[in-house]
Write a protein that binds this ligand. Structure first.
Ligand code: 4AD
Ligand code: MG
Length: 463
């Protein structure tokens, strides 16, 4: 009795029909059931939309009495019937059952009941939470954003590159890498262990596809990667995950200004796409997650972003009269509290900070003529802080070698990367957009754990 996906009607499509679709078959999970003397009233949801289908199950239908004890919240059903105009408010159509089969019963102890559950509780049942309104909305928006990212780049002629997940290089130089090895026990600590390991060298899960992406940009001009990245940062914050997805475009013949333009137009494009295609889900988020959400998204999509140099940003912070937990010092990282002040209070919208001190940035960023700063940029958004980090790359071999040397990197480990500067080097730039932080911004959800299907954070890899 299995149906090919195309032979049944999805509830979203049914609810949107202009004229009654006649006789249909739908399949989904029961959200609620109410009984009267002569019929039961079911809400059935198949994940295609936030709204559920109202189903009238008359007691005179064959099998009713036998099915009823199995028709609790959470059970899965296969329903055929006739679509009629709904008597209730809020919906055009409802379904009058001709036949109903319970595919999988759920007992009354089903963990998701009609009441509102906390997000913390729902994380413990991450295998069931996609069946709630909130997580349904979040993961449909996540899916749409993923598609919109490909649309943005494909429509502009960027080539999508699959960069490796296992790598031997530490792109960000922060040492926050997960080791990949097949060695066990004593073999792991034995002398020369690395050469006996699977790849004959030390390997890790990638922290960024950028370096490999640059090689393809130096052939295709404009490329992007969109893949999982891993960071063994031991920071248990609402914005960091050990496994997250990153979009990394890389553009040849492009400088820092061009880089900022692409970053800003990407963010605006993605917000507009979500506003146009996730109307119902974003209205739900606006009501139940963050009541300023839609207004903020429209504002971000509708006007140019601010740009401030790092040096000016430090001045602004020092003159703000605010007391921050971390001191503001030229040459130090901006902390989240600083980033949020700049974006939320000073600019009241997204802001790109550029030209950071060289000493706090990775080796590959292009050195500015002042001898102190590099052509880096971070895009900060209200509520989150950094959502994008990028830079123009150092295309001059001598400067690159010198930066690698002073950051303690062995040039021979990166011979293929420096080769790009030997054979037809070009000015080029790129950035990384944290996909989860994007989903947080678009849905208003405050914790990164709630926009990832199965989040990986320190001491947590369940499911
Ligand atoms: O600023 P990051 O570290 O930049 C890079 O990795 C560069 N290689 C990108 C490039 O130029 N191609 O990371 C980029 C973005 C951040 O702005 C943030 O949105 C996200 O990735 N990010 C994280 N998201 C979730 N959890 C973490 N632990 C993250 N670390 C970075
Ligand atoms: Mg960064």
């Amino acid at each position: 009795m299995l149906l090919a996906a195309m032979q049944r009607m999805r509830i979203k499509e049914l609810l949107a029909a202009e004229t009654p679709p006649g006789e249909v078959r739908v399949q989904g999970w029961v959200r609620t059931r109410r009984d009267s003397k002569t019929f039961s009233f079911l809400e059935v949801n198949d994940g295609s939309s936030l709204a559920s289908l109202q189903v009238i199950y008359d007691a005179s239908i064959e099998g009713y009495a036998a099915n009823l004890p199995h028709l609790h919240t959470g059970s899965s059903v296969d329903v055929s019937g006739v679509v009629v105009r709904s008597q209730g408010k809020g919906q055009n159509w409802e379904l009058q059952v001709r036949s109903l089969a319970v595919l999988g019963a759920a007992p009354e102890t089903y963990p998701l009941q009609k009441k509102r559950h906390t997000r913390e509780f729902l994380r413990e049942i991450a295998h069931l939470r996609p069946r709630t309104n909130l997580f349904g909305a979040v993961f449909r928006v996540r899916s749409r954003l993923s598609f919109a990212i490909h649309r943005f780049f494909q429509e502009r002629g960027f080539v999508h590159v699959h960069t490796p997940i296992i790598t031997a290089s530490d792109c960000e130089g922060a040492g926050e890498m997960f080791r990949v090895t097949t060695l066990e026990g004593q073999a792991f600590t034995a002398p020369e262990a690395e050469t006996r390991d699977f790849f004959g060298k030390r390997t890790f899960l990638t922290v960024s596809g950028q370096l490999e992406g640059e090689t393809f940009a130096c052939a295709f001009s404009n490329i992007y990667t969109f893949g999982p990245t891993f960071r063994a940062e031991n920071s248990n914050t609402a914005r960091h995950a050990a496994e997250f997805w990153m979009i990394e475009p890389e553009m040849a013949f492009c400088d820092l200004t061009g880089d900022m333009e692409v970053a800003e137009s990407l963010i605006q494009f993605l917000i507009r796409d979500a506003l146009d295609h996730c109307t119902e889900d974003l209205a739900f988020c606006n009501e139940f997650v963050d009541q300023g959400l839609l207004e903020r998204l429209r504002l971000i999509a509708g006007r140019p972003f601010s740009r401030i140099s790092y040096t000016d940003a430090v001045e602004i912070l020092l003159r703000s009269g605010k007391t921050f937990e971390y001191p503001v010092v030229w040459g130090q990282h901006l902390q989240t509290e600083h980033e949020r002040y700049l974006s939320e209070e000073h600019c009241r919208g997204p802001v790109t900070i550029y030209d950071y001190p060289a000493s706090i940035k990775p080796f590959y960023m292009r050195q500015n003529e002042d001898g102190k700063t590099v052509a880096a940029m971070d895009l900060l958004v209200p509520g989150i802080g950094e959502i994008i980090g990028g830079s123009q790359r150092e295309e001059r071999l001598d400067r690159l070698s010198q930066a690698m040397h002073s950051q303690g990197l062995r040039e021979e480990d990166y011979w293929w990367y420096t080769d790009l500067r030997r054979y037809g080097t070009v000015p080029h730039a790129g950035f990384g957009l944290g996909f989860e932080r994007l989903v947080m911004m678009v849905t208003g959800v405050e914790n990164i754990r709630d926009v990832i299907p199965f989040p990986r954070t320190p001491r947590n890899a369940e499911f």
